[in-house]
Design a protein around this ligand. Structure first.
Ligand code: PEP
Length: 255
């Protein structure tokens, strides 16, 4: 059975008091959560400490980024070893995003950089949430399958079978991120099934069937249920709607 996951990517949002208010509000409503999906929140780095120190907190925590390098003179960077060490006695910081389209677009990071980040995370026993997805022009040119294939091959296919099982994949069509434009459930399912096919060709059906593939891109309370009911959609990576406790809980309850 694949894990169902709902992950909230807060991006560069919320100030300290807003984070505290969110956590208090979320905790007061956690009895409303009826789903057995794993819930992950990916706050800005500066709030990781607050998040992992939350008492009675079932939510898993993830970072939004890490360096491709081990350590050394890389000003402003944070290593996977630091992330892993930081949480050594609490064990709820499990994940880190890699390959988000905003890293690709604004920071010019490439698949080979992401492959190194994935390596650093796995070496440090953290699970990468590896994002892939096409731009609108790729889809219009019918290049969306080949583009996503190359993102997955170049970022992940150097991994051994045991290693790829640590990865969660998030398909996020760039044209649907933060735009209010969602991929239809058919479009999303089609791509998720395709991703599972290429995973099967490379690693075999048992491994491919064990990897959770999340959908991301304007996923909201009113479309999550239909998306999550698709056979190859194992949850969501949620941006904007994860910043509001009630909508995030409604999305979690869409399973
Ligand atoms: C994201 O950036 O990962 C994302 C899915 O954003 P949104 O839900 O706001 O489209």
């Amino acid at each position: 059975m694949r894990k169902k996951i709902v992950a909230g990517n807060w991006k560069m949002n919320l100030l300290d008091m807003e984070v505290i208010n969110y956590l208090v509000d979320f905790n007061s409503k956690k009895n409303e959560i009826k789903s057995d999906a794993e819930v992950i929140i990916l706050p800005a780095t500066i709030y990781l400490d607050t998040m992992i120190s939350m008492p009675e907190w079932d939510v898993k925590i993830g970072a939004q980024n890490c360096s491709q390098f081990n350590n050394g003179a890389y000003t402003g960077e944070m290593s996977a070893a630091m992330l892993s060490d930081f949480d050594y006695d609490k064990e709820n910081l499990h994940y880190c995003l890699v390959g988000h389209s905003e890293r690709r677009a604004y920071f010019k990071e490439t698949n080979d950089v992401f492959a190194e980040k994935v390596n650093r995370l796995i070496e440090n026993k953290l699970k990468p949430i590896y994002c892939c997805g096409e731009e609108l022009t790729d889809r219009k040119d019918e290049k969306h399958f080949s583009l996503v294939k190359s993102q997955i091959e170049e970022g992940l296919f150097h991994l051994k079978e045991e290693e790829i099982k640590q990865v969660v994949i998030a398909y996020e069509p760039v044209w649907a991120i933060g735009t209010g434009e969602t991929a239809s459930s058919e479009q999303a399912q089609e791509m998720h099934a395709y991703i599972r096919t290429i995973l099967t060709e490379k690693y075999g059906a048992e491994t491919a069937d064990s990897i959770s593939i999340l959908y991301g891109g304007s996923c909201k309370p009113d479309n999550a249920k239909e998306l999550f009911s698709q056979p190859d959609i194992d949850g969501g990576l949620i941006g904007g709607a994860s910043l509001v406790v009630d909508s995030f809980i409604q999305i979690i309850n869409s399973f």
